[in-house]
Ligand binder design. Structure first.
Ligand code: 5RP
Length: 234
């Protein structure tokens, strides 16, 4: 683990930590190439920082409508993922990350597109504040994108595993993802074998994407801590 401390840390808020890791991620952007861009409040800091080098990159592949809009507003060209065979790097946040680089993602409802862009990329650089580092995945409610007609069956399958799953609501109605599907959030799980868990749940009929990222885990995590940005490599 390496440590850089660009400013005094005593008064750093969580927002400051997100800004620091968003800026630190610029180091991994390859000039002349297209960069994969995730979704969320930490990634928004990265997108804002990326504007400073927009003339040095071809553009971005985005993982959500929200990130696409932010990128375009800053003048960064956005490419369709189908027009790109491979990306050198994908920068995204996480809801949880463990000591091996496995993550839970999807708090911002973008997990399916995030997993697609991550799978296109040779390297996943996770940017997160230190509250996201956990010994074992499962504390944060696990997002799972499902086709609506499968929702109750998926909820029963999680109950059989000891989890409590609920449909995510927005304004009292099921939240509809960028892909026109819905989400269930699952609590009460302890995900001791992320690869096996991701593999198992991904096979359930009607599951579009499970928010465990073990097959597409991070190779690097830039962690915002009270003593600066720490670089974890996996
Ligand atoms: C969106 C995600 C985000 O990366 C995750 O929710 C973290 O978001 P934030 O940076 O706002 O804490 O997976 O689907």
């Amino acid at each position: 683990m390496s440590n850089s401390n660009p400013q005094s840390s005593a008064t750093l808020s969580q927002d400051d930590l997100k800004t620091l890791v968003g800026q630190a991620a610029l180091h991994y952007v390859v000039p002349g190439e297209i960069v994969g861009v995730g979704t969320g409040s930490t990634v928004n800091k990265f997108i804002d920082a990326l504007a400073s080098m927009k003339d040095q990159i071809k553009g971005a592949v985005s993982s959500s409508v929200a990130s696409t809009e932010r990128l375009k507003a800053l003048g960064i060209p956005v490419f369709d993922s189908n027009d790109v065979a491979e990306l050198s790097v994908y920068i995204d946040g996480a809801d949880e990350i463990d000591g091996q680089g496995n993550m839970v993602k999807g708090g911002g409802a973008a997990l399916t597109r995030e997993k697609i862009v991550a799978a296109l990329s040779r390297k996943f650089v996770c940017i997160a504040d230190e509250s996201k580092l956990v010994p074992m995945l499962g504390k944060y409610p696990l997002p799972v994108e499902v086709i609506p007609m499968a929702a109750q069956q998926v909820i029963r399958q999680f109950a059989a595993m000891g989890g409590q799953a609920r449909i995510r609501l927005k304004d009292g109605q099921p939240l509809v993802t960028d892909n026109g599907q819905i989400l269930v959030d699952v609590t009460g799980l302890q995900i001791s074998d992320p690869l096996a868990f991701e593999s198992q749940v991904s096979q359930w009929p009607g599951v579009v994407t499970v928010g465990v990222f073990a097959f597409q885990k991070a190779q690097v995590c830039l962690l915002g801590t009270a003593s600066g940005v720490k670089t974890l490599t996996f």
